[in-house]
Design a protein around this ligand. Structure first.
Ligand code: SF4
Ligand code: FES
Length: 255
């Protein structure tokens, strides 16, 4: 396939950035999207240019680092797929492809397609832990966990922290991510000790980091490569109300 790429180039967060066009004349349909970018980068480097910066690690859809917007969609045109798992067979000979970083004030561009997702780390720091002694693996398995909660906690735990939900949301809200992290531990018996502090701390940090409010667009769920459901946001909201009432019993009584 011969493709034309329009790639966002931005030297740093202070640079205004612009699209730069590249010819990609020899793309195999068997390449992954990142392999295609590797080949383009090789050509750029051989011509003495600055290669396109993009983030990646596992290239297996599990680390969450490879986020980019492809033709207006976070992670590209294929549902339930990360950019590294997107394959060039999803495109046609002669296509023009527009490639951009996540667009959100809370994720400033570091360079080209690489954004700073450290706000997610700070949300995790605000509650993504448990303080009980879990002991060895056999000890851990002595906690009975109802099947429904085990399944729901597992589904929440599949969130890879990629940030596509933020990029897709018109409010740049990170509520889908936060709700998955709240539910992951909050559904398990081991996570009950910090359950209420967790939801309060994570939501407070979410807001402090400048992410927007959820107004039920559902774009996050559609963009999520792991199929995290907006039901987790509803669960977070229920826990948030309970936690707030527990934290302010006198006010709750008056209300
Ligand atoms: S909820 Fe989905 S889209 Fe958002 S960070 Fe987690 S895996 Fe990525
Ligand atoms: S590189 Fe790890 S999820 Fe894409």
């Amino acid at each position: 396939m011969r493709l034309t790429l329009h790639v966002w180039r931005q030297a740093s967060s202070r640079d205004t950035g612009r699209f730069e066009t590249f010819d990609a004349p020899d793309v195999s349909e068997h390449m992954s999207f990142l392999e295609m970018l590797d080949v383009v980068n090789e050509r750029i480097t051989q011509a003495g240019g600055e290669p396109i910066a993009f983030e990646h690690d596992c290239r297996e859809g599990i680390c969450g680092s490879c986020g980019m917007v492809v033709n207006g969609r976070p992670h590209g045109p294929q549902s339930l797929t990360t950019a590294c798992q997107l394959h060039m067979r999803s495109f046609n000979d002669g296509d023009e492809i527009w490639i951009e970083p996540w667009r959100a004030n809370s994720f400033p561009v570091i360079k080209d397609l690489v954004v700073d997702r450290s706000p997610f780390d700070r949300i995790i720091e605000a509650g993504g832990y448990i303080s009980v002694r879990t002991g060895s693996a056999p000890d851990g398995n002595t906690f009975p966990v109802p099947k429904q909660f085990a399944d729901e906690a597992f589904d929440a735990a599949t969130c890879i922290g990629c940030g596509a939900c933020v990029a897709a949301c018109p409010n740049a809200s990170a509520m889908l991510f936060t709700s998955a992290k709240v539910a992951h531990l909050g559904l398990l018996p081991q996570g009950q000790t910090e359950r209420w502090d967790r939801v309060l701390g994570m939501v407070e940090t979410h807001d402090e980091e400048g992410f927007g409010n959820c107004t039920n667009h559902g774009a996050c769920q559609n963009a999520c490569p792991k199929g995290i459901s907006v039901d987790y946001i509803a669960r977070l909201n229920r826990d948030l109300v309970k936690a707030t009432l527990r934290a302010r019993p006198a006010e709750a009584k008056d209300a």
